[in-house]
Design a protein. Structure first.
Length: 272
């Protein structure tokens, strides 16, 4: 079946189950699924029920959409995303974004857990993403361009919408959640980086490193969805501290920051 047809069928399935067009979609990163508890009038749709949807497998990822109200806005939460390192193709990883577009979504908040590369950062910091470096050596837009979504050679000069970045910083002050700002650097994973890779990333301009987000942001920009990105710095990247990295630490830190994270995201959604 043609890609566009699959996307349309997935979107039709969802449309039939929700009473509204979401104002904003929010992709929840590792350990950040807790935001789902804040949503009212919830309608949950597991990915496994949606035609053509892959199913997420990683620990800490649930795998469902949650529609409902957050700060009186209609929101669509994506609890559990698809990662390239799980073996999904870039097209599968980004399928939900095009489904969002078909549903009428105009704004997207992407969140993730990331390692701190900038030595001024500390675990527990929330980083507003101002730009990214795609070092995955892959791209979800490779292949025939679907003109219905966007142009063959899309502009990426405002990949993280400047107005949304400003809004996020303003809200952060208002709700008294300190934030840092930086460039997100994507590698595929699944291994954490070597200390030499982290030194290279720092030289190349990365402030935080992670294994997600960039494919979704590329596809969102292609189809004209405005993006805001927030990284939870769950650990210092390899070689900065004299200790090995593990997934438990990542989940543990995201648990610790959840109250701040929720306050910030709710504040942003309210003002969007
Ligand atoms: N590296 C890559 N991805 C990550 C990290 C890291 O240190 N922490 C959380 N996600």
């Amino acid at each position: 079946m043609q890609e566009l047809q699959k996307i349309k069928e997935a979107a039709e399935f969802i449309k039939a189950r929700i009473p509204f067009i979401p104002d904003v979609a929010i992709i929840l990163g590792s350990g950040l699924g807790i935001l789902a508890d804040e949503v009212e009038e919830k309608i949950e749709i597991p990915y496994s029920e949606i035609p053509h949807f892959p199913v997420s497998t990683v620990q800490g990822h649930a795998g469902k959409f949650i529609f409902g109200k957050l700060e009186d806005k209609n929101v669509l939460l994506m609890n559990g995303r698809f990662h390239f390192y799980e073996g999904y193709s870039m097209k599968e990883v980004t399928l939900p974004i095009r489904v969002f577009k078909m549903l009428g979504v105009k704004k997207l908040i992407v969140t993730n857990a990331a390692g701190g590369v900038n030595t001024n950062f500390k675990p527990g910091d929330l980083m507003i993403i101002k730009d990214h470096i795609n070092f995955s050596m892959a791209n979800p837009l490779i292949g025939r361009n679907i003109d219905e979504f966007g142009p063959r050679f899309p502009d990426m000069s405002n990949a993280y919408d400047k107005e949304l970045v400003e809004l996020a910083k303003k809200v952060a002050q208002k709700v008294e959640v300190p934030v840092v700002e930086g460039v997100y650097f994507m590698l595929t994973g699944p291994n954490y980086e070597t200390p030499a890779e982290i030194r290279a990333i720092r030289k190349l301009g990365g402030d935080a490193v992670g294994m997600s987000t960039v494919p979704e942001v590329i596809v969102a920009n292609h189809c004209g969805i405005k993006v805001l990105g927030i990284s939870c710095i769950t650990n210092m990247a390899a070689g900065i501290l004299d200790q090995p990295l593990n997934h438990e630490e990542v989940i543990e830190t995201s648990m610790k920051v959840r109250e701040k994270f929720i306050r910030l995201v709710k504040g942003i959604v309210k003002e969007m």
